[in-house]
Design a protein around this ligand. Sequence first.
Ligand code: UT7
Length: 311
Amino acid sequence: MSAGILGMGKYVPDRVLTNFDLEKMMDTNDEWIRTRTGIEERRIADKETNSSDMAYAAAKKAIDHSGLTVSDIDMIIVATITPDRPFPSVACMIQNRLGAEKIPAMDISAACSGFIYGIVTAKQFIDTKAYQHILVVGVEKLSKITDWEDRSTAVLFGDGASAAVVGPVSEGKGILSFELGADGSGGQYLYQEGNYIKMNGREVFKFAVRKMGECAVDVVKKAGLKKKDIDFLIPHQANIRIMEASRERLEIPEDKMIKTVQKYGNTSSSSIPLALTDALEEGKIKDGDLVVLVGFGGGLTWGGLTMRWGK
Ligand code: UT7
């Protein structure tokens, strides 16, 4: 027995904000955004829709997709840096809305590495048999901490949620290896001050290119696998140039990297699970495929894992 993903679900707001829309709001242009980041459009939640609303919608879909019911869920972990409010946690809010009575619920904060931190945390409880089925959600309403007067960050981010049900799968399937890490000395490069995200783009870029490549290579090695065994790479969807650097490091062809940055922008802790859910919905990932997830984010944090898809 090992721990794997039993079901996935997503929610993205209907409202699409294109690069051309941004041209009308600030001194930027589609060409700059596309060539520097790969982003073409992003989803933006309306005023009334908060992180807990998106998390709840994604969670319900993930539970349905897993074939389980709410009463089978033993714990809820939500990765987010944009909770509705500092407390209660988004996890407690959706526990109540789901009607998942009395089970433990907590938020974790690891920025864009949050979903991987969440999945790896869930794995520990499942491996020790403390809990069987754990709901892990990555959700962000980044639009509420975006400074729409700062073109160097405003063009990058989007809103959305995606959820996974993690539970026991047969030997050889599920999570084969993982790595988590953090370097708090880099906190100065990406943080929230007052109401807004502040970022030193170049420093984050350098860190991301180095760390995503290293981490991806390390988790493949830890699983006793070779680069050629990888069927799909799902990197954090922040910037196509950073994603390409990790793909090249793993020496895998273009069509084996899942790419959603063009349509959702950077949705932080929601970015990796959104890409994974889309790849499943499109029928790309099949039973037995070896999937590598790798991310980096504010903290600075990073995380990666290898997973043999299937139950
Ligand atoms: O989840 C983690 C989140 N963070 C990241 O992933 C960020 C990582 N960093 C990056 O992705 C890149 O550093 C950026 C996309 C943010 C910026 O790309 P860059 O190639 O590092 O550009 P730059 O910051 O060096 O700026 C180049 C020029 C500057 O003009 P000057 O000084 O050369 O005249 C900027 O003022 O581009 C200008 N610029 C823009 N122009 C049009 C910055 N933002 C914009 C914009 N539209 N939105």
